[in-house]
Write a protein that binds this ligand. Structure first.
Ligand SMILES: Cc1cc2nc3c(=O)[nH]c(=O)nc-3n(C[C@H](O)[C@H](O)[C@H](O)COP(=O)(O)OP(=O)(O)OC[C@H]3O[C@@H](n4cnc5c(N)ncnc54)[C@H](O)[C@@H]3O)c2cc1C
Length: 391
């Protein structure tokens, strides 16, 4: 923690964050250091308990309102969010991921695309942390190739009838609404004929089943099965059949936010290994004094610093309305690979204690892997950069 406090005022972020944004990060850090304690996180992870107290805390502090427009109770902009997510990721990448889905992804999509009545009803509740969302794009047969989704919504009078199965949907158990990507028309190609529906949860004909995963147990990922589920046509978000194009804006914002979360989480894992290496004595000296250990820690910190700068570079491009597909892909895959490496090597630095369930390194080890998969796998993100570089 001492190390992180030194990193809070990082000079390298001065081009990206204002003094007020640095202060904001400090207050997020103080609150989470107090409430998201190692014991709390370990118990909630082990017992697969939703972190209700932490979510309530974010709501009370007004942090679900960050990036939402002022008229709906919102405060702060995109860079406030990035600074906040890095700090939140330091304390819990799972909590930060949950925030990101609710506010940045679904909240952001509603701000851009929803009819006024839906915005007026739901966004003020979201800003207070009183209503929750999930985002349902992936299916069993369509992961990286998300546009090949098969869930259908067929118009029937004033409703759509939804059939199909979504997979891995984060936070669906708690969600009051699920933003569903579904096929409303055959279209010419797979990218056409997709629409977005905001499905109330529960809805008759809709069933949510949590799936057991390797990590991130505080917020369960779920299968959602729809059998003739009737959803009012008034819940259509954005233009009919044009959902894919409209989704692209949402996904670009997700990647940079994930990169910031992951950089924070990687720093947290490194700080744990560093603190341990300084304390742990073997052969009459601290293991940090062995060059093989200290050089390893130095290299990991350097890689985290690179990933952090890429995340803030992408965020500032996005915040200023510039295109940043390539930069956000680079930031996300470097951050994901860095976190995985820090967790792997940090665990080695901690020896048997790293492998023990009594230290947080095992949780980092389990949670790091997912960031090489969700929000675009490392391979898909490299494909995006390669298309620009080599055509
Ligand atoms: C914990 C968790 C939470 C999630 N939350 C959500 C959520 O809330 N909502 C949601 O919609 N989805 C969610 N997902 C799903 C996630 O977005 C997908 O897992 C991801 O898009 C990858 O799809 P896939 O797992 O089906 O892998 P696949 O697409 O089957 O890929 C398998 C492997 O093949 C590689 N591959 C595939 N195509 C190519 C290619 N063209 N070139 C090179 N390599 C390729 C991939 O990189 C990967 O290594 C979540 C997943 C996890 C694990």
């Amino acid at each position: 923690m001492e190390n992180f406090e030194r990193l809070m005022g990082r000079r390298d972020l001065a081009p990206y964050l204002t003094p007020e944004q640095f202060e904001f990060r400090e207050s997020v850090n103080r609150a989470l250091a107090q409430h998201a304690t190692p014991d709390y996180l370990r118990r909630h992870d082990e017992e697969k308990l939703f972190p209700r107290e932490l979510v309530d805390l974010l709501g009370k502090q007004g942090w679900f309102a960050v990036t939402l427009p002022e008229e709906y109770g919102g405060v702060g902009g995109y860079m406030d969010m990035i600074g906040m997510l890095e700090v939140m990721g330091y304390h819990s990448s799972t909590l930060a991921r949950y925030w990101n889905i609710n506010v940045n992804m679904v909240g952001g999509a509603l701000v851009q695309l929803a009819p006024p009545a839906i915005k007026q009803k739901l966004l003020p509740l979201l800003s207070e942390g009183k209503t929750f969302f999930s985002f349902a794009l992936s299916e069993n047969g369509s992961g990286s190739d998300a546009a090949s989704l098969k869930t259908t919504a067929v118009r029937d009078g004033d409703d759509f009838i939804v059939n199909g199965t979504k997979m891995w949907i984060t936070g669906a158990v708690q969600a009051n609404h699920v933003l569903l990507a579904c096929r409303t028309d055959k279209g010419e190609g797979k990218h056409e004929g997709i629409s977005l529906l905001l499905v109330p949860n529960p809805t008759p004909g809709m069933q949510v089943r949590p799936i057991d995963l390797l990590g991130g147990h505080m917020v369960r990922s779920c299968e959602i099965n729809f059998v003739d589920a009737r959803v009012p046509a008034a819940q259509l978000i954005g233009d009919l059949h044009r959902g894919w194009t409209q989704l692209m804006g949402v996904l670009a914002k997700e990647r940079i936010a994930l990169a910031a979360i992951v950089v924070g989480a990687a720093q947290s894992a490194l700080d744990l290994a560093l603190g341990y290496a300084k304390e742990r004595k073997q052969f009459g000296r601290s293991i940090a004094s062995f060059q093989t250990i200290s050089h390893r820690l130095v290299e990991l910190q350097t890689q985290i610093d690179c990933a952090r700068l890429l995340a803030y570079r992408g965020a500032s491009l996005l915040a200023s309305g510039q295109k940043c597909n390539v930069e956000s892909a680079q930031a996300k895959f470097l951050a994901g690979d860095t976190y995985m490496k820090v967790a792997l090597e940090g665990l080695q630095v901690m020896g048997a204690n790293g492998y023990s369930m009594e230290y947080a390194m095992q949780r980092h080890f389990r949670e790091a892997k997912v960031f090489q998969i969700l929000g675009g796998t490392g391979e898909i993100l490299r494909n995006i950069v390669a298309r620009e570089m080599v055509g």
